[in-house]
Design a protein around this ligand. Structure first.
Ligand SMILES: [Zn+2]
Length: 493
């Protein structure tokens, strides 16, 4: 009898989990249908969201309500739906340069506004009332910066509440007394799952509500939801999940909202190889958050073991965009073996709608405990300064007559141009451009310099590194890396 009962319980549990898994697969496969097409780059602005709010406000099952204003007077809108007794609140982009979840929220809204998945949506909207507060820091988003216009990190203002954006979030949380809270951020793409080369594409935290890091029912429920979402992400990005350190931060919103009695789930969108605009990560947000909402509606997260939470690997920060290992470097006539860690840093263009790359050597030496999105074993290769092309050009337009790939193969990484247009930020060819009087310093590898050099073997260039982009000179001109680098070389006036 006991065995039979156990068997039945297992079957029910199994049905619950497999139903969730089915919906997750369907959500993943049908995603493109709901993806909001107007938000396809990271540097999204408040004005781009307004037509979307107007469209959703016209939907009779949604309510859109202005709940506050940023310092510069941008409206903070709360969009709600459903009639269930469980309140779920999701807020995004309290850090202005962390937009991935804002995009995913508008994808989720498109899904909820659609006529599809009726049965699942009925379940969600009868059991839950869901509230979205996207882009909590629109002034920061305007400038693609973390902080708000007061220069304050909103996530350290949960208690002092000096920023109007902070007051709005606190007021909304309190007025709803939300059961579940999703605190949606982006993190550096250089985070990895501890002791692996896998980027932490998504990181989670069920924030502590005291220094003792106690686990009460509310925090325990957040941990269970995280375990549920981790299982989903593992399916699409195996190994690419990290868990944040849960040291209590008494000034942060996540920690306080947990303390105020809302099961709080922090989600950080990190990096994913070859996904500069983070659109794959946006999709993973969409699938995992929507699945989490469904499991909260069905309450079948309750059977998940909290211990599974601790098994998610911790976050680490050991990734570079490019890691070059075992390269030979000659200094004062002596040869040394060096690893180099290179990151391609984004510099915003005027208006913060676009960016260019200014790459840097971040570390050098024995980097065997670090990883790269791209790694080159340069054993037997010698780092050599790239040469300046002997023919100086008058105008930028003459660059198109150069066979730059062929010049790279000959070891040239720089070309002089007399007239460089004032506003020009990037070289249109995969060679750095020098003004006619710019004095190029001798290459001395050190942390902080721009990584531009040649890797030679037997006196013959094999690879060029131009502004941190690796170009395989044995591949044809159409090699992907070549095309990528093409847009991103430096100009020194
Ligand atoms: Zn953040």
């Amino acid at each position: 009898m006991k065995v039979l009962f156990l068997l039945m319980a297992l079957m029910i549990l199994n049905i619950g989990l497999s139903q969730n898994s089915d919906i997750t697969t369907s959500l993943y496969e049908t995603y493109e249908k709901y993806q909001e097409p107007s938000l396809n780059k990271r540097r999204i602005k408040h004005h781009e969201l307004q037509p979307l709010f107007i469209r959703h406000a016209a939907n009779k099952s949604f309510t859109v309500k202005k709940v506050g204003e940023s310092i510069e007077g941008r409206a903070l809108n709360l969009i709600s739906m459903g009639s269930g007794k469980t309140n779920v609140l999701l807020w995004s982009q309290m850090h202005g340069n962390e937009p991935t979840a804002t995009q995913a929220i508008f994808d989720i809204l498109n899904f909820l506004a659609s006529e599809d998945f009726q049965e699942e949506k009925k379940e969600i909207l009868e059991n839950l009332t869901i509230h979205f507060l996207p882009m909590l820091n629109p002034d920061g988003a305007e400038r693609f910066q973390r902080r708000n216009l007061l220069g304050v990190d909103i996530n350290r203002d949960a208690v002092r509440l000096q920023s109007p954006e902070s007051k709005t979030l606190k007021h909304v949380r309190d007025s709803l007394n939300a059961d579940f809270g999703f605190n949606l951020h982006d993190q550096s793409a250089y985070y990895n799952a501890e002791r692996t080369e896998k980027p932490a594409t998504i990181s989670y935290l069920a924030p502590a509500f005291n220094y003792e890091k106690n686990i009460n029912e509310k925090r325990g429920n957040a941990m269970k939801i995280i375990v549920f979402m981790n299982n989903i992400i593992q399916k699409y990005a195996p190994g690419q999940v990290g868990r944040y350190n849960d040291d209590f931060e008494p000034r942060a919103f996540g920690d306080n909202i947990q303390k105020w009695g809302t099961s709080t789930i922090l989600i950080e969108s990190g990096g994913y190889a070859n996904d500069v605009e983070k659109q794959e990560i946006r999709k993973l947000n969409y699938v995992s958050i929507l699945s989490a909402i469904y499991t909260i509606a069905k309450e079948n997260y309750k059977n998940i073991a909290i211990e599974e939470y601790e098994k998610i690997p911790e976050n680490d920060r050991k990734l570079f965009d490019l890691k070059i290992v075992n390269a030979t470097y000659t200094l004062m006539g002596q040869n040394y073996v060096l690893d180099l860690g290179v990151n391609r840093l984004e510099v915003d263009k005027k208006g913060n709608n676009d960016f260019w790359y200014s790459s840097r050597i971040i570390d050098q030496g024995d980097l065997s405990t670090y990883y790269g999105y791209e790694t080159l074993n340069a054993q037997g290769f010698t780092i050599k300064q790239g040469k300046i092309h002997p023919i100086a050009l008058i105008n930028i337009s003459e660059l198109k007559d150069l066979d730059s790939f062929d010049l790279l193969k000959q070891g040239y990484t720089y070309v002089r141009v007399a007239n460089i247009p004032g506003g020009m930020l990037e070289s249109p060819i995969p060679m750095n451009i020098l003004g006619s009087t710019y004095k190029l310093p001798d290459l001395q590898l050190e942390v902080g310099i721009n990584p531009t050099f040649i890797l030679e073997k037997d006196g013959k260039p094999q690879y060029a590194v131009i502004n941190g982009f690796l170009i395989d000179l044995n591949k044809g001109k159409k090699a992907t890396t070549f095309n990528f680098a093409y847009k991103n070389a430096m100009i020194y006036r």
